[in-house]
Design a protein around this ligand. Structure first.
Ligand code: COA
Length: 166
């Protein structure tokens, strides 16, 4: 598979983002969430206006592979990763990691000292590998279901500077 590139979200991406959102929840979270929980979660994209407000209300990046939208992630304000969804056909190819790394750099550029996310049980290993640590477990009401996630944070600005050339 070709390399992942990134570009900012534009409103024309809305339909594809909703498609990726539904498919990733339905197909990539089955080990950790029940069919009822996945259905409640996926159906939060059904209200187009509310979904558009979530995706368009922050800084959303679209990941592109071979010209196709492979995933997206949203930075809300300067310090919260609000959404991270990868299309099942592009899973396990570094798309999620690329999006998290890019949003981490953008958050740092916006002056954030700490980045926070409510990580699903599926995304927790990825966030751990990206330097986030678990703070607390949460139960979130989605429709008629309760879904578990974990508040995770990463301190920014503590990474060593790049090596200088001599
Ligand atoms: C979680 C998700 C974004 C991961 O996307 P992805 O593109 O497949 O992840 P990557 O390929 O970038 O993986 C990055 C690293 O995390 C690891 N990883 C990712 N998902 C993992 C999982 N479920 N279990 C264990 N490790 C996992 C990978 O092995 C990889 O490790 P490596 O860099 O050492 O090889 C994707 O599975 C998804 O969209 N899930 C459904 C929606 C969801 O839960 N979103 C999070 C809402 S907070």
């Amino acid at each position: 598979m070709s390399a992942v590139s990134l570009r900012p979200y534009v409103p024309a991406d809305l339909k594809r983002c909703a498609e990726i959102f539904r498919a990733s929840v339905e197909e990539l979270t089955a080990e950790d969430y029940s069919a009822e929980q996945r259905e409640a979660w996926a159906s939060t994209a059904d209200n187009e206006e509310a979904f558009a407000a979530r995706v368009g209300g922050g800084l959303t990046l679209i990941a592109i592979i071979d010209g196709a939208s492979a995933g997206f992630a949203t930075l809300k304000g300067e310090d919260t990763i609000e959404m991270l969804y990868v299309a099942p056909e592009f899973a396990c190819h570094g798309v999620g990691r690329t999006l998290v790394d890019a949003l981490t750099r953008l958050a740092a550029a916006r002056g954030a000292k700490r980045l926070t996310t409510e990580a699903s049980d599926v995304s927790k290993p990825l966030f751990e590998k990206s330097g986030f640590s678990a703070q607390k477990r949460n139960l979130v009401r989605v429709g008629d279901e309760w879904l578990a996630n974990t508040t995770m944070t990463k301190t920014l600005g503590a990474e060593p500077p790049p090596p200088t050339r001599h």
